[in-house]
Write a new protein. Structure first.
Length: 534
C-alpha cells in the first residue's frame, strides 16, 4: 500500500483537472440540492460534488493534488477491504496477492490517477465494506451495511450493483434470518429511485433495443477486459485498453474450469451469488447505456471489473488449499504482473500529462485575454488542441479563478512550457482577444509609427519583427501572392497564418492590449516583400 501510494502520488502530482471535473468546477460551485443531485451523464454524483465543493473551499482551484490524495486514500482502503474479504475465504497469502493486483491495476489508470473517478472508487469501497458487514450476521452490522450501501449509491450509480448484491444476500438467507433485513437493500434502492424521480429522469437515456440485444457480447468483452487487465495483457490505446489475443480463450478456460470444480464439489459457497449478481448488474447496465466512448475496454471500467472478478474468483476457490510451492509461484507471478502493469499506468500518466500541458496553456491564454475576451468564449478542439475542455466558458472560468485561484500556467511558466502548449496558447489568444485581420486590394501602408520592410529575397531583411498592441498595416508589393504569420509564445513555429494574400493587397491587423507584455512576432512570406507600418 505504501509503494502504491508513493507511485500514484508521484505520477499524479503534476497533473491538473481533466474533462468531467470541469463540469463540476464550472457549474456546481454553490451548495444546493440541484448542484448535488443533478445527473452527470445520467449518473448520480452527489458525493463527488460535495467533495469538490469542500476541496474548493479548503484548498482552492490551484492544484488537483488534495483531491488526488483523497482518491489514493480510497484506493488503499478498497485494497485493504479486498484483503480482508479474500483472507476470509482463502487465507492471508492469496489475499495479499489479490490486493496487490488491485493496487497496481495499471490499465485502470483513469481510476487510479483521475480524482473525478472518486465516484467509482468510493462506490467500490463502500459496497465492498457493506458485503463484509453482511457476513458478520448481526442486526448492528446489517444497519451498517445499509448505511454503506446508501453511501455507495450517493458516490455513483455503481452503488446499484452492490444494492442488488445485498438483495440477493437477503433473499438467500431469509429462512434463517427472516425478511426483516429487506431494508438493507431496500433503502439504497429507494434512495436511488427517489433521486431518479426527482432529478435523474431529466438526463438523456441511452437505453435502446440495439444496446439490449448487443449486451451479452458487451458483457463478455467487459469480463475479458477485466481478465486482460488483471494479468497485464492489455496496453493503453487512447482512453481504452487494447484487446489481447489471450483474454477470451483464458476467460473461456476459467469458466469451464470453474464449472467443472463446482460439479465435482456438488456445492456452491453462498457468498458467490451476491458478487455474481453485482458483476452482472454492473456490466449489463453499462451495456444498456453504451455509446461511443463507453466501450467495455474503457479504462475507467477496469477497476470495478477487476475488483468484481477477484471477488468472484475468491468465492469460487473457497476451500481450495494451496500448498507452499503454489503460493511461491503465485507470489512471483503477482510481482511480475504488478511490474508489467506499471507500463500502462505510466502510459496513462503520459496521456494525462499531455492534456495537462494543453489545459494549463489554453487557460493561461484565456487569463491573459481576460480584459477583452467574450464571456461566452469556449475552447473547441481545433484551437485548444484537446476535446476535453468543452465545459469551460471564459466568463465562468474567470469568475472561478477570482474566487478560488488558477490552475493555469503563469505567463512566465507558459513561456517555458512544452512547444505544443505554447502553440495552442497562441491560437487561443488570437481567438480570445480576438485579433482582427482585414485584407483589401486597395490602400497604402501609411500610418503612425516607423515603416519597415519584411519578406523579399532570402537574407534581404529580418525574418520577423515584434508587434505592439494597436493597429499594424501590412502592404504586399505588386507581384505574386504571399502570407503573413504570427506567433507569440511559440518559438520557431508560427501557429497563426493568413495565406494566399494577393500582391498589392493591404492587410490591417489589430492587436488588443492584454495582461502580458510579451510581443507578438510578425513574419511575411512574399518574394516581392512587404511594407509594414504601425
Amino acid at each position: 500500500m505504501a509503494v502504491a501510494a508513493a507511485v500514484l502520488l508521484d505520477y499524479g502530482s503534476e497533473l491538473t483537472f481533466f474533462q468531467d471535473s470541469w463540469e463540476l468546477l464550472m457549474n456546481r460551485r454553490e451548495l444546493s440540492a440541484d448542484a448535488l443531485f443533478e445527473p452527470h451523464n445520467e449518473h448520480i454524483v452527489a458525493l463527488p460534488v460535495a467533495i469538490e465543493l469542500l476541496s474548493l473551499r479548503l484548498f482552492g482551484m490551484d492544484s488537483m493534488t488534495p483531491e488526488l490524495v483523497l482518491l489514493v486514500a480510497l484506493l488503499l482502503g478498497t485494497a485493504a477491504l479486498l484483503f480482508v474479504y479474500v483472507r476470509r475465504r482463502l487465507g492471508p497469502w492469496p489475499a495479499l496477492f489479490a490486493a496487490v493486483l488491485l493496487l497496481f491495476l495499471g490499465p485502470a489508470w483513469q481510476d487510479l490517477l483521475w480524482p473525478f473517478q472518486v465516484g467509482f472508487v468510493g462506490s467500490s469501497l463502500c459496497g465492498l465494506a457493506a458485503l463484509l458487514a453482511l457476513e458478520n450476521g448481526s442486526r448492528r452490522w446489517d444497519a451498517a451495511a445499509c448505511a454503506l450501501l446508501v453511501t455507495s449509491a450517493a458516490f455513483s450509480s455503481l452503488g446499484l450493483a452492490f444494492a442488488v448484491a445485498a438483495a440477493v444476500d437477503v433473499l438467500q438467507r431469509h429462512r434463517e434470518r427472516g425478511w426483516g433485513r429487506a431494508y438493507v437493500a431496500g433503502a439504497p434502492l429507494l434512495f436511488y429511485a427517489g433521486w431518479y424521480l426527482g432529478w435523474g429522469h431529466e438526463a438523456e437515456n441511452q437505453l435502446s433495443a440495439d444496446n439490449v440485444l448487443a449486451s451479452p457480447g458487451y458483457v463478455v468483452e467487459g469480463l475479458t477486459a477485466s481478465l486482460d487487465s488483471l494479468l497485464a495483457l492489455g496496453t493503453v490505446f487512447d482512453e481504452a485498453v487494447g484487446r489481447s489475443k489471450f483474454g477470451l480463450p483464458l476467460l473461456i478456460a476459467l469458466v469451464a474450469l470453474a464449472a467443472y470444480g463446482l460439479y465435482r464439489r456438488r456445492s456452491v459457497y453462498p457468498g458467490l451469488w451476491p458478487v455474481l449478481a453485482a458483476t452482472a448488474t454492473f456490466w449489463f447496465l453499462a451495456a444498456f447505456n453504451t455509446i461511443p466512448g463507453r466501450e467495455a475496454y474503457s479504462s475507467r471500467y477496469l477497476y470495478v471489473g477487476g475488483l468484481l472478478f477477484l471477488l468472484v474468483a475468491s468465492n469460487l476457490l473457497k476451500g481450495v488449499r494451496i500448498n507452499r510451492w503454489g503460493l511461491a509461484v503465485a507470489g512471483v507471478l503477482t510481482i511480475a504482473i504488478a511490474g508489467f502493469n506499471l507500463v500502462p499506468l505510466r502510459e496513462g500518466r503520459d496521456f494525462f500529462a499531455k492534456e495537462t500541458v494543453l489545459t494549463r496553456a489554453d487557460l493561461a491564454a484565456v487569463e491573459i485575454a481576460a480584459d477583452t475576451v467574450d464571456p461566452r468564449f469556449t475552447l473547441p478542439p481545433e484551437i485548444s488542441g484537446t476535446p476535453f475542455l468543452n465545459e469551460i466558458e471564459a466568463g465562468e472560468y474567470l469568475r472561478a479563478v477570482s474566487e478560488y485561484g488558477s490552475p493555469a500556467y503563469t505567463p512566465a511558466e507558459l513561456a517555458a512550457a512544452p512547444a505544443e502548449g505554447r502553440e495552442h496558447a497562441d491560437l487561443v489568444l488570437a481567438h480570445a482577444l480576438p485579433l482582427n485581420i482585414e485584407t483589401g486590394l486597395a490602400g497604402s501602408a501609411g500610418g503612425d509609427g516607423r515603416c519597415r520592410t519584411l519578406g523579399g529575397p532570402a537574407g534581404s531583411g529580418p525574418e520577423s519583427i515584434p508587434l505592439s498592441p494597436g493597429t499594424t498595416t501590412i502592404r504586399l508589393r505588386a507581384g505574386g501572392s504571399g502570407a503573413i504569420r504570427l506567433r507569440r509564445f511559440a518559438t520557431g513555429e508560427y501557429p497563426l497564418a493568413a495565406e494566399d494574400l494577393p500582391g498589392g493587397s493591404t492587410t490591417k491587423l489589430f492587436i488588443p492590449r492584454d495582461r502580458s507584455p510579451r510581443p507578438w512576432h510578425l513574419r511575411v512570406e512574399a518574394p516581392q516583400g512587404a511594407t509594414v507600418c504601425g
